[in-house]
Design a protein around this ligand. Structure first.
Ligand SMILES: *[C@@H]1O[C@H](CO)[C@@H](O)[C@H](O)[C@H]1NC(C)=O
Length: 370
C-alpha cells in the first residue's frame, strides 16, 4: 500500500518516459534549428569560380563555425562542381538567374541581380554573404548580430556588395524587385542597384559588435577589416588597417584572381589564399590541395628562362663573328654603369626601406593567417 501511495504521489510512471523523451527531442530540435537559423552564403554563376568557393568554405570552417554554409548555384554550374561543393560541406541550392534590366552594360554583369535573391532566403533569420573571391582569415561570427543590413563602404561613399549581412525578408525582396526597373545602377549590376536602394548608406554608423545600437538602425557599416580588398593593399604595399585584426580579404583587382597561380607574384596577399587552397581536403578523388608539381615546374622554367636567354645571346655574339666583339665590351661597360648606379641608389634610405618591407612580408603574412 505504501509503495502504491508513493507511486501515486509521484504520478503515473508509464507516462513519464514518453514525456521525458519528448522534452529531449524538443530540446534537440531547438538546438538543431538554432544552428541553422543563420548561415554563410555565397553565389556561383559558373565553374570558373568553383575553386574560390572551395577555398572560401575551407576558410570559414577553419574558424570553427557550425553554422550552415549555403552556395546558390545558377544553371552555368556543372553537376560535378555541385557534387564537389556538397562533398566539401556546402548546402547547394539551385537558383535561376534574375534578369538584369540594364542589359546595355558589359556581359559580365549579366545576371548579377541574382544576388538580390539573398534577401529572399527567408528560411534563415540572418545570412552573411561573401563573394567567391574572398577568404576569411579570422572568425566573423560576431557580424551575425549586425542589424537588418550591413555592408562595407568602398571608394569613399559606395557600398561594396562583396561582404554583406542580410536579414532575409520577403517584403524587402519584393520591394527591391518592384524597383529594379526604376532605380539606376552605376555598375549596371547589383552593387549599383543596392547603392540606389540604400541611398543613405554612406551615412550609416559603423557596426560595433560589443555595443549594439538601440533602436536597431536600418543600415550599418562594417569596418574595413571585414572586407579588406587587395587593391587597398597594393596602394601602399601593406594593409592600411591593423593586420592582426584582419577578418576577410577580398581579392578585387580587375581580372586578377587568386586562383590564377601567377597572381601570387604580383599581389602578395594571394599567398594567404594559396595557403588555404593547399590545405583543401580531398572531398572527391583527386581534389585535395597541396602544391601542384606542374605549376612548380612552370615557375622554375620561367625563373631560369631570362638567364638562359642572356647567356645564349652573349655566347652568340662572342662566337658568331669577331666584329661583334666591341658590342660585348659595350655590354660590359653598360653593366658596370648599371652596377655603379645601383650602388649609389642603395645609399638612399627610401630605397632601403622599400627593400626591407618587401623582404619581411612573408613573415608578417604568416601572422595574419594564424
Ligand atoms: C522567394 O522565396 C519564396 C519563398 O521561398 C519563393 O516561393 C519565391 O519563388 C522566391 N522568389 C524568387 C524570385 O526567387
Amino acid at each position: 500500500a505504501r509503495s502504491r501511495a508513493g507511486r501515486a504521489s509521484m504520478g503515473p510512471p508509464p507516462s513519464r518516459l514518453p514525456l521525458l523523451a519528448a522534452l529531449v527531442a524538443a530540446a534537440l530540435l531547438a538546438g538543431a534549428a538554432a544552428a541553422t537559423e543563420e548561415a554563410y552564403v555565397t553565389l556561383l554563376y559558373g565553374d570558373e569560380f568553383v575553386l574560390g568557393v572551395r577555398v572560401l568554405g575551407k576558410s570559414i570552417r577553419d574558424t570553427g563555425t557550425r553554422r550552415d554554409m549555403v552556395v546558390l548555384v545558377s544553371d552555368g554550374v556543372s553537376e560535378y562542381s555541385r557534387q564537389l561543393l556538397e562533398a566539401d560541406g556546402w548546402i547547394v541550392k539551385r537558383i535561376t538567374l534574375l534578369a538584369n534590366p540594364n542589359q546595355v552594360r558589359p556581359t559580365r554583369f549579366w545576371g548579377v541581380y541574382t544576388k538580390l535573391k539573398i534577401f529572399n532566403m527567408t528560411s534563415y533569420k540572418k545570412v552573411v554573404y561573401l563573394d567567391a573571391d574572398t577568404v576569411v582569415v579570422r572568425s566573423i561570427e560576431d557580424v551575425f548580430k549586425c542589424g537588418k543590413f550591413c555592408g562595407n563602404l568602398k571608394h569613399s561613399e559606395r557600398m561594396n556588395s562583396g561582404v554583406m549581412v542580410v536579414e532575409p525578408s520577403e517584403t524587402v525582396f519584393k520591394d527591391m524587385i518592384s524597383q529594379v526597373d526604376r532605380l539606376p545602377s552605376y555598375t549596371g549590376g547589383d552593387q549599383g542597384f543596392l547603392n540606389s536602394y540604400y541611398a543613405d548608406f554612406a551615412n550609416s554608423r559603423v557596426y560595433e559588435p560589443d555595443s549594439p545600437l538601440t533602436p536597431e538602425p536600418e543600415t550599418q557599416r562594417l569596418s574595413t577589416l571585414y572586407n579588406a580588398d587587395v587593391g587597398l593593399y597594393m596602394l601602399a604595399n601593406k594593409w592600411m588597417v591593423d593586420e592582426k585584426e584582419l577578418r576577410v580579404i577580398h581579392y578585387t583587382l580587375g581580372p586578377l584572381k587568386p586562383w590564377d597561380w601567377w597572381t601570387a607574384w604580383l599581389v602578395k596577399p594571394v599567398e594567404i589564399w594559396q595557403d588555404v587552397r593547399q590545405k583543401l581536403e580531398e572531398s572527391l578523388p583527386g581534389t585535395g590541395g597541396g602544391r601542384n608539381p606542374h605549376d612548380q615546374l612552370v615557375v622554375k622554367f620561367l625563373f631560369i628562362l631570362p638567364f638562359c636567354l642572356l647567356l645564349f645571346g652573349y655566347y652568340q655574339s662572342c662566337f658568331q663573328n669577331k666584329k661583334d666583339f666591341p658590342s660585348v665590351q659595350s655590354l660590359c661597360a653598360f653593366a658596370r654603369r648599371g652596377r655603379h648606379k645601383y650602388k649609389s641608389e642603395e645609399a638612399l634610405p627610401s630605397y632601403l626601406a622599400v627593400g626591407v618591407s618587401s623582404s619581411t612580408f612573408s613573415t608578417s603574412n604568416q601572422r595574419v593567417s594564424y
